[in-house]
Design a protein around this ligand. Structure first.
Ligand SMILES: NC(=O)c1ccc[n+]([C@@H]2O[C@H](COP(=O)([O-])OP(=O)(O)OC[C@H]3O[C@@H](n4cnc5c(N)ncnc54)[C@H](O)[C@@H]3O)[C@@H](O)[C@H]2O)c1
Length: 248
């Protein structure tokens, strides 16, 4: 898989799955824009990714839920590269877990804003720029979750946001297909990243007992699927939801 000459934009690139995606895309030759709200982690990712004379990486302080911040990210990229990215990976995501009857309105809104609205803002802003630049081969990869299909106790806000991401993606694929933009969702199961460290041990054990492969996934294993969906090897796949769950 070669991404030489390709430009990738990865939200949530400072940690976990997003960081692993940045590392793999850079290893395969892409110039990578690492965007995250935690600037220290953006710099760490930039320092950890391979580079060659044909690659130019960039770090961006991004808050996906704010349209101004997303617009600024695009402007910074157009200034540096004179073109929008043709690989867009929406990895930024948060949890604010609580039982429905105890869940605050703030925690509901924050999760919907980051996970669902953030994905919408990036797709809309960057999708428009891709079309305006006459680019006809681009791939957007959104990260949903397997719990967005089945639900999960303590995560009404999160599961609703991830179910939303899946259908936002499918509908976008129907609108953007004729413009040469493919849009797909990855539905990870339990992947060992900082987000999972907030899950109580008992709940982790319950999940483990339901995973046929008997282990949690690694962020690199999700990054491989991201790279596949970004590449021309998946040229006839759009509107799909691909599970990466160890069989859960
Ligand atoms: N790890 C899992 O088991 C798992 C399972 C299913 C889905 N997911 C999803 O995968 C994606 C990546 O999660 P992860 O496991 O790598 O977690 P993570 O916490 O390691 O990474 C998430 C990144 O998103 C960034 N972020 C959060 N809010 C942001 C905002 N408003 N603007 C910009 N950046 C923001 C964080 O700073 C962090 O770097 C998330 O969307 C998550 O919901 C993860």
């Amino acid at each position: 898989m070669s991404f030489v000459g390709r430009l990738a934009f990865v939200t949530g690139g400072g940690s976990g799955i997003g960081k692993a995606a940045c590392q793999l895309l850079a290893k395969e030759g892409a110039s990578v824009v690492v965007a995250d709200k935690v600037v220290k982690n953006v710099n760490e990712t930039i320092n950890s990714i391979p580079s060659s004379p044909t690659q130019m990486h960039l770090g961006i302080d991004l808050h996906v839920e704010k349209s101004e911040s997303v617009g600024n990210a695009l402007l910074q990229m157009l200034e540096k590269y004179s073109k929008p990215p043709t690989i867009i990976v929406n990895c930024a995501g948060i949890t604010r877990d609580n039982f429905l009857l105890k869940l605050s309105e703030e925690d509901f809104e924050e999760v919907i804003d980051v996970n669902l609205k953030g994905t919408f803002l990036v797709m809309k802003t960057f999708g428009k720029s891709i079309v305006d630049h006459g680019i006809t081969n681009a791939s957007i990869i959104n990260i949903g979750s397997i719990v967005g299909k089945y639900g999960n106790i303590g995560q009404t806000n999160y599961t609703a946001s991830k179910a939303g991401v899946e259908l936002l993606t499918r509908t976008a694929s129907q609108e953007l297909g004729k413009m040469g933009i493919r849009v797909n969702t990855i539905l990870p199961g339990m992947i060992s990243t900082p987000i999972v460290e907030t899950v109580p041990e008992k709940v982790q054990e319950k999940f483990m007992s339901m995973i046929p492969l008997k282990r949690f996934g690694r962020p690199e294993e999700v990054a491989e699927v991201i790279a596949f969906l970004a590449s021309d090897k998946s040229s006839y796949i759009t509107g799909a939801s691909i599970t990466v769950t160890g069989g859960f």
